[in-house]
Design a protein around this ligand. Structure first.
Ligand SMILES: *[C@@H]1O[C@H](CO)[C@@H](O)[C@H](O)[C@H]1NC(C)=O
Ligand SMILES: *[C@@H]1O[C@H](CO)[C@@H](O)[C@H](O)[C@H]1NC(C)=O
Ligand SMILES: *[C@@H]1O[C@H](CO)[C@@H](O)[C@H](O)[C@H]1NC(C)=O
Ligand SMILES: *[C@@H]1O[C@H](CO)[C@@H](O)[C@H](O)[C@H]1NC(C)=O
Ligand SMILES: [Zn+2]
Length: 447
C-alpha cells in the first residue's frame, strides 16, 4: 500500500514537471502511472466481474454431495467443503453470482428409480440454497437480478438428462413446479425419445433415424410452454438440430465447447453453432480438459482458443461459461476450481476481448436467453398442457405400472367389471382387479 502511494506521488510529480511541453508524454506517463500505482490487470478483472458477476451454466456439486455424503448436509459446512471444487467461499472468490446446479442421476437409473433419485437431488439443491443465508433459490430472470442486488448467490436448478422424467410430461411439469428451469434432453444414454451424443450406450433405444421422436418433439414444445430452458449439451447433433428447428425459444448448450478446436463428440461443430446463432441461443463453454484439449492436460490459453474460435464463428453475444466443476475430473492448470474464473477473464482481456463482450459472456447473454424463454412462455399462456404420451410399447418396463384397465382381449364381461369398479367404493372385487393391474407388468416380465 505504502509503495503504491509513494509511486503515485512520484509519478504525479513527474507528470507535472513534464506537462507543459510534452502532452503526448503525459498520456503515456499516465498509463505508466496506472501501472506503477498498481491498477493491475487483476484489478481490472475484479472491477469487471464485480459489475458483471458470473452466471455459470453447469455444476455437479449435488452429485458430489450424494457420492461423498449421501446428501447429509448436516455433516458439512458448505462454506468450505473438502474433496470438491465448489463451495460458498470459492464461489464468492470466483465472482460467481448465479450457478445452475444440476440435478443429475446416472443413466443406470433409467427404467428404475430415476424420478425418485432426481427428486432427491432437487431436494438437496433446494436445501443447500435455503439453509445458507448467502444463497438463494431463484426461478426467474427477475429473481436472479434481484438476488444480485442483495449480494446473494443465486441457485438455479437444472435436470441433466431426459431419462429423469421417465417419458412423462406430467413428471416434467411437476419438476417445473419444484423450481427446475432447464433440462438437457439426454445425458450419455438415449432416452426412448431422444438420441445422445454418446456412443457408449448406443444400443439402448437406438433406432435407424433417431433424433427426436414425436414424443421428443412434444417434450421440447412443453418445455417452451412451461418456460424451461432446453439444454442441448449431451445430445446427438441430429437431436440438437431437430430441437433447434422446433424450439420457439432460444436454447443453450449449458456445458459444451468447440468441436473444431477439440473433436470430442460432446463439443459443438461450427455448422451447429451457426444454427444456434439463428435460434438466438448460447453455448456455455465447458472447461473440462478433455473437451478443451482432447486430453487430460490443458492450460488457460487452450480454453481461450475455444472462446476466440466461437466468437469468430457466431460472435461473443452467443457465448457463456458452463464450467462443469465437480462433474469432470481434470481441469486446466490455473482453472482448478470455481474460484479461478477471474484467470480466464484476464486471459480474454489480454486477447483484446472488450469489456462489453465479456459482460455478455459473464451474464448478459444468459439473461437475454432466460428472459426470451420467459417471454415465449407468456406468449403461450393460452396453450393447454400437453397430453402427449410415448407409445406404451416403447416405454413399458417392469418398473413402470400402468394404471389402466388391462386389455383382456375384448371379452365382453370385462366392461361390466370395469365400470362396476369405477362406480363402487373399493370392495373385494375391485381390489382384486387392481391387484391384477398392478401385478401385470411383473407377470409379463416373468414370462
Ligand atoms: C477450509 O478447511 C480446511 C480444513 O478442513 C482449512 O485448512 C482451510 O484453511 C479452510 N479454508 C477456508 C477458506 O476457510
Ligand atoms: C428420418 O428423419 C427425417 C427428419 O426428421 C424424417 O423426415 C424421415 O422421415 C425419417 N426417416 C425415417 C425412416 O424415420
Ligand atoms: C480427431 O482429431 C484427431 C487429431 O486431430 C484425429 O486423429 C482423429 O481421427 C479425429 N477424430 C475424429 C472423430 O474426427
Ligand atoms: C498451453 O498449452 C499449449 C499446448 O500444450 C502450449 O503450446 C502452450 O505453450 C501453453 N501455453 C502456456 C501459456 O503455457
Ligand atoms: Zn454433463
Amino acid at each position: 500500500m505504502t509503495s503504491r502511494v509513494v509511486c503515485g506521488v512520484f509519478c504525479c510529480l513527474f507528470v507535472t514537471w513534464y506537462r507543459m511541453e510534452f502532452l503526448i508524454h503525459l498520456v503515456m506517463l499516465s498509463s505508466l502511472c496506472g501501472l506503477i500505482t498498481g491498477y493491475t490487470d487483476g484489478d481490472r478483472v475484479h472491477d469487471l466481474m464485480s459489475k458483471y458477476p458470473l452466471i455459470d451454466g453447469h455444476n455437479d456439486l449435488a452429485l458430489k454431495l450424494r457420492i461423498l455424503h449421501n446428501n447429509r448436509l448436516s455433516k458439512i459446512d458448505l462454506h468450505n467443503v473438502s474433496k470438491v471444487s465448489t463451495d460458498i467461499n470459492r464461489l464468492q472468490a470466483g465472482h460467481v453470482q448465479a450457478q445452475m446446479f444440476a440435478a443429475y442421476v446416472l443413466c443406470a437409473a433409467q427404467e428404475k428409480d430415476a424420478v425418485r433419485l432426481t427428486l432427491e437431488q432437487i431436494d438437496v439443491i433446494r436445501r443447500m440454497c435455503t439453509e445458507y443465508g448467502e444463497l438463494q433459490l431463484v426461478t426467474s430472470a427477475q429473481e436472479l437480478k434481484t438476488a444480485e442486488m442483495k449480494h446473494k448467490l443465486a441457485c438455479l436448478i437444472s435436470i441433466e438428462g431426459g431419462h429423469s422424467i421417465d417419458s412423462s410430461l406430467p413428471a416434467l411439469r411437476m419438476f417445473y413446479q419444484l423450481g427446475v428451469r432447464s433440462m438437457s434432453l439426454t445425458h450419455t444414454c438415449n432416452t426412448p425419445w431422444a438420441e445422445s451424443s454418446s456412443t457408449l450406450l448406443y444400443d439402448f433405444y437406438q433406432r435407424d433415424n433417431n433424433s427426436l421422436t414425436g414424443f421428443g418433439k412434444a417434450v421440447v414444445e412443453e418445455m417452451n410452454r412451461l418456460g424451461m430452458i432446453v439444454d442441448l449439451s449431451h445430445t446427438s447433433w441430429a437431436t440438437a438440430r431437430a430441437a433447434l428447428k422446433l424450439s420457439k425459444a432460444p436454447v443453450i448448450f449449458s456445458h459444451s465447447s468447440s468441436y473444431d478446436i477439440c473433436n470430442h463428440s460432446r463439443n459443438v461443430p461450427d455448422w451447429l453453432l451457426r444454427e444456434l446463432k439463428n435460434n438466438g441461443g448460447i453455448i456455455m463453454v465447458n472447461l473440462y480438459s478433455r473437451f478443451i484439449a482432447c486430453r487430460d492436460h490443458a492450460n488457460i490459453s487452450a480454453v481461450a482458443d475455444h472462446f476466440d474460435h466461437i466468437r469468430k464463428v457466431i460472435g461473443a453475444e452467443s457465448i457463456g461459461i458452463g464450467g462443469d466443476f465437480d462433474g469432470a475430473a481434470n481441469f486446466p492448470v490455473g482453472l482448478e476450481d470455481v474460484s479461478k474464473y477471474p484467470a480466464l477473464i484476464q486471459e480474454l482481456l489480454r486477447r483484446n476481448w472488450s469489456e462489453m463482450e465479456l459482460a455478455g459472456v459473464l451474464r448478459l447473454n444468459f439473461l437475454r436467453v432466460f428472459e426470451e424463454v420467459e417471454r415465449v412462455r407468456d406468449e403461450l399462456t393460452g396453450t393447454l398442457p400437453s397430453e402427449a404420451e410415448s407409445p406404451p410399447e416403447e416405454v413399458q418396463n417392469p418398473c413402470r405400472l400402468v394404471l389402466r384397465r388391462p386389455d383382456l382381449g375384448g371379452v365382453q364381461s370385462d366392461k361390466v367389471v370395469w365400470s362396476k369398479a369405477h362406480n363402487e367404493p373399493l370392495g373385494p372385487t375391485s381390489l382384486r382387479l387392481w391387484a391384477i393391474i398392478l401385478l401385470l407388468p411383473s407377470l409379463l416380465a416373468l414370462y
